[in-house]
Ligand binder design. Sequence first.
Ligand SMILES: Nc1ncnc2c1ncn2[C@@H]1O[C@H](COP(=O)(O)OP(=O)(O)O)[C@@H](O)[C@H]1O
Ligand SMILES: [Mg+2]
Length: 209
Amino acid sequence: MLGYNILAESVKMSLDKNRVTLTAFDESLELIGKGRSAYVFRIRKTDKALKVFFPHHTNVAREEAEIYKMLQDISYYPTLYDSGRNYLVIDFIEGQTLFECLVNGTHVSQDQIKEIDHALHLARQKGLNPSDIHLRNIFITSEQEIKVIDVARFRQTKQCRQWKDLKSAFYKAYVKPFFPKKIPASVLNLIAALYKKSLNPNVALGDSK
Ligand SMILES: Nc1ncnc2c1ncn2[C@@H]1O[C@H](COP(=O)(O)OP(=O)(O)O)[C@@H](O)[C@H]1O
Ligand SMILES: [Mg+2]
C-alpha cells in the first residue's frame, strides 16, 4: 500500500468560487463522505479512513489532529493513526450517522443520546469545548457503539448550542409516538438549513452540511 501522504497527494480537487469538486484519487481509496471542509475515503482493504481537507481548509488538518491526540484514551473518538499538511488517518467507522439513522428509520434510543452526552462530557473533562455536534458527526456503529468525529472545533471558545438543541428536539418530538421515525433527507437538510439561518441570519440558505 502507498504511504498515507502519497494517498493524500493523489486526491485532486478543483476550487471554483468556494465550490470544491473532486477530480481524481488513487484507486485504493473509496469515497465515503464529504463535509464542509473535507472529502473522506475508506482506504480499501483496511479499517482506516483518510480525511483530505479542501485546498482552502488545509489549516484545519493540524488543529483536528491535535484535538484527536487529546482524545485518544476515550473510546468514543476514533484512533488517529497519522496526519499531515492536509490530511488525517483515523478509524473507518462501520455504521450509520444519526442523519442516516433518521433517513433509514433506524431507531435511536434515549440511552444512546445519554451516551453521546457522556462522550461529550469526557471531552469537556479534557478542557475541550465540543462544538459543531450535529447529525452527520455522530455515529452509531454496527456494534451499537457511539463514535463522535469531526472534532476540529472542539477548541473554539464560542459556545455552540447545536447539541443542546438537537437533544431538546429528541425529547420534545422524536420520542413521541406520533413523530415519524423515518424522515426524508431533503426534509432533514431543509430543517438544518433553516436552523443554521436562525442561528446566523446572514448565512444564505442551501449549505446544509
Ligand atoms: N472515520 C469515518 N468513518 C466513516 N465515515 C466517515 C468517517 N469520517 C467521516 N465520515 C463520513 O464523511 C462525512 C464528512 O466527514 P467530516 O469529518 O465530518 O468532514 P467535515 O469536517 O468536512 O464536516 C461524515 O459526515 C461521515 O458521513
Ligand atoms: Mg462534519
